[in-house]
Design a protein around this ligand. Structure first.
Ligand code: C5P
Length: 317
């Protein structure tokens, strides 16, 4: 058996799962401009794919996939910044070709960009044989965005602080199937936070909508501000609740994705059909992952030309 430290893949591919805030409580704004948060976050089986291989020199980035058109293939992309940051930290050149296949809507509240960055950190740790502990990768991720540390762990977790404190859940998350509704609107997270009123008056006046379901409580402090900054989203929300009868409808993170949770795939599919017959939005049903996605594929040489112990296959076709 080959030890991990001896394995030198020349190709690493891994899924970058969408994240869902089951609950999201926002606290006061800090001097650095960020708000404290307390969130139960879970990974979904809706995912982008990140494929990493050696480049002739520097960073190369190619983006494709259903939502790839709205993703920049340049140094502003979080995967590019993740690669630069990790190379700098490791004191090595940032030679990597990154192929990003996008399925997660961009600026949709599902953490697509953050997840791509998290997967890039995890994948490059393997490709470059760095053996950084996951906590160090998460610490680097926190410099890229507040959801990135969670996206390094990719395990159902309580996320606190500005997002840098990630406590993986010790108890299993119940089996949940999420109907996702994509309005095709990009909402800037910063804009939503700016509409958030965390004053004591608001806390005394407004009790956030809560949906207890299967032993977890769904709520989102950013829901009101997201609907406020985006009136078309607010109209869609009302239509889906009233005309399509979607139960427990929620805004995902800072929006614009809307979602509803079910405890079985049949009810979720029926709800998805009702949504499709009522509004012309993209939809999907995604399962909550009980832990990090398993299907990581590395290809390459170890010192003895053997496959590493946790490798499961070759590059996707
Ligand atoms: O870190 P991320 O890129 O996700 O944050 C986008 C914006 O959302 C930040 O620039 C900030 O305005 C706001 N934000 C915040 N408090 C957080 C996370 C994000 O105010 N904990």
């Amino acid at each position: 058996m080959t030890r991990r430290s001896e394995f030198r893949p020349n190709y690493v591919a891994l899924p970058a799962p969408a994240k869902l805030n089951i609950s999201l409580a926002i606290g006061p704004r800090q001097p650095d401009g960020y708000h404290l948060l307390d969130s139960l976050m879970v990974p979904l089986d809706l995912h982008d794919d990140v494929r990493l291989s050696s480049s002739a020199g520097g960073i190369e980035l190619a983006v494709s996939g259903p939502t790839g058109a709205s993703t920049p293939a340049d140094p502003t992309n979080l995967v590019w910044r993740a690669a630069e940051l990790l190379a700098q930290e490791a004191g090595r050149p940032s030679d990597v070709r990154i192929e990003l296949f996008k399925r997660i809507p961009v600026a949709g509240g599902l953490g697509g960009g953050s997840s791509d960055a998290g997967a890039t950190l995890v994948g490059l740790n393997r490709l470059w044989n760095l053996n950084f502990p996951v906590s160090r990768l998460a610490g680097l991720g926190s410099r890229l965005g507040s959801d990135v540390p969670f996206c390094v762990y990719r395990h159902p977790s309580w996320v606190r602080g500005r997002g840098e404190i990630v406590e993986p859940l010790q108890t299993p998350i119940p089996s949940l199937f999420i109907v996702l509704i994509f309005p095709g609107i990009a909402i800037a997270t910063r804009n939503v936070y700016e509409h958030l009123d965390v004053s004591m008056e608001r806390l005394l006046r407004i009790i956030p909508r809560k949906h207890p379901f299967r032993g977890v409580v769904f709520f989102n402090d950013l829901e009101g501000p997201a609907l406020e900054v985006c009136p078309p989203l607010s109209r869609l929300f009302r239509t889906l609740e009233k005309s399509a009868g979607v139960p427990r409808l929620m805004v995902a993170g800072s929006g614009s994705t809307l979602f509803a949770a079910f405890d079985n795939p049949t009810d979720a599919s029926q709800c998805e059909h009702r949504v499709r017959s009522c509004v012309s939005c993209g939809t999907a049903v995604a399962a909550v992952l009980p832990g990090p996605p398993e299907d990581i594929h590395d290809e390459g040489d170890c010192d003895g030309h053997q496959r590493g112990p946790d490798q499961t296959g070759g590059p996707p076709q």
